[in-house]
Design a protein around this ligand. Structure first.
Ligand code: AMP
Length: 398
């Protein structure tokens, strides 16, 4: 079975065509600068090719991607009939879609009602789905939601102590994001340990440009750091994460900024980049602090501290801790950050093999020593494979 996974961003469209017998992508790529001058497709089929091409919208981008998939030299299939299903990454399922679903026109209409909750991503996600419906009307389309894995978080953890009426009228609550990643690495970690998810108390740390953590008990998420939007929680590349919400009107008044402007400041001009004044990329922060840059050093310490604090909180929420999983750009590659987080958690009995950890990048493995009280794993995330697996399972049942 061949499954195409589509991840549409506001001006990009990532794609991977999976051969589900082998569970590997046969071709993949990304169309970038959709709707702008200078658009192009970076395509990979063992070899990398860049195609400069006008891509005025997502439908045209998808048409060009489908042509590439069927290209005798660059592609992997002869006709679109060889695509058995398409899996779409969707940012928000609100409280309606709590697991992956087979999409139809009615469900797409429901999704349009959630645009306000993800104004950057949702129109692109929906555009990608509609383009597939019109270009491949007979191929089943599946939606996999970034919020879905967090649907099991109980009310005491997903509600905010605002007037309850605001929840009832506007569904203001914690949704959480990066769900496909947390779900994938949590399941993979249980497999790696040769254990059933039942009975496992786990914390998954998705540390990338956007970062979040999830507390997972018996394979189900019971809490996560991101909230109503992906701004809450950890310090990220350009996002501030947790802070006193009263700072928002205070900044607005002091700097004469509108709520939207303060929102942009917290989302795009804060975090590693805003605090250090340097960069959103942890590699730059690491280099700068090694050269004695004070704010880079401080923001790194703040980044680590926030994570350690949440591990403590989630260990309490889980009633113990069996396993921690590092994933995403920083979690998979930044061995210094992994080492510093684990050192701070020595009081919980966390102990990693620092020699093994040192220099280790992107390789699935156990970092903890045999006498560590907590298993510490590095599991590279694969959101597209997670979506492909959900799509495969749903289509097989249908
Ligand atoms: P992601 O959002 O998961 O793609 O992660 C991207 C981020 O991972 C980058 O912005 C960097 O901050 C971080 N990253 C990637 N490689 C490294 C590395 N070798 N050391 C430190 N951080 C890294």
């Amino acid at each position: 079975m061949n499954i195409l996974v589509i991840n549409s961003g506001s001006s990009s469209l990532k794609y991977k065509l999976f051969d589900m017998d082998k569970k590997v992508p046969v071709v993949s790529g990304i169309a970038e600068r959709i709707g702008f001058d200078g658009s192009f497709i970076k395509h990979e089929n063992g070899e990398k090719t860049v195609i400069n091409i006008e891509l005025p919208d997502h439908k045209v981008a998808l048409q060009e991607v489908l042509k590439l998939l069927m290209d005798p030299k660059l592609g992997a299939i002869k006709s679109l009939d060889e695509i058995d299903a398409v899996g779409h990454r969707i940012l928000h399922g609100q409280e309606v879609f709590t697991e992956s679903v087979i999409l139809d026109k009615e469900k797409v209409e429901t999704l349009k009602g959630f645009i306000e909750m993800g104004p950057l991503h949702m129109p692109a996600n929906i555009g990608g789905i509609e383009a597939c419906f019109s270009l491949m009307p007979n191929v089943p389309q599946v939606g996999a939601f970034d919020t879905a894995f967090h649907a099991t978080i109980p009310p005491k953890a997903h509600l905010y102590a605002l007037p309850y009426d605001l929840y009832e009228r506007y569904r203001i609550r914690r949704y959480g994001f990066h769900g496909t990643s947390h779900k994938y690495v949590a399941n993979r970690a249980a497999e790696f340990l040769g254990r059933s998810p039942e009975g496992l108390k786990m914390i998954t740390l998705h540390l990338g440009n956007g970062s979040s953590m999830a507390a997972v008990k018996d394979g189900k998420c019971i809490d996560t750091t991101m909230g109503f939007t992906p701004l809450e929680g950890l310090i990220m590349g350009t996002r501030c994460g947790d802070m006193d919400p009263a700072i928002v009107p205070y900044i607005g008044k002091k700097l004469d900024m509108t709520p939207d402007e303060v929102d942009a400041l917290m989302n795009k001009e804060s975090g590693l980049k805003g605090f250090s004044g340097l960069s959103n990329d942890m590699r730059d922060i690491q280099k700068a602090r090694s050269e004695g840059h004070k704010l880079a050093q401080l923001v790194y310490e703040m980044f680590i501290y926030r994570i350690v604090k949440y591990v403590g909180a989630y260990t309490a929420a889980l009633g113990g801790l069996d396993c921690m999983v590092f994933t995403a750009g920083i979690g998979e590659n930044d061995y210094e950050a992994r080492r510093d987080i684990c050192r701070e958690l020595g009081f919980l009995g966390v102990k990693i093999d620092e020699e093994l950890n040192d220099g280790l990048r992107g390789k699935e493995c156990r970092l903890s020593t045999p006498d560590s009280k907590v298993e510490v794993l590095l599991i590279p995330t694969d959101e597209e494979l997670s979506i492909a697996l959900d799509t495969f399972n749903l289509v097989k049942k249908a």
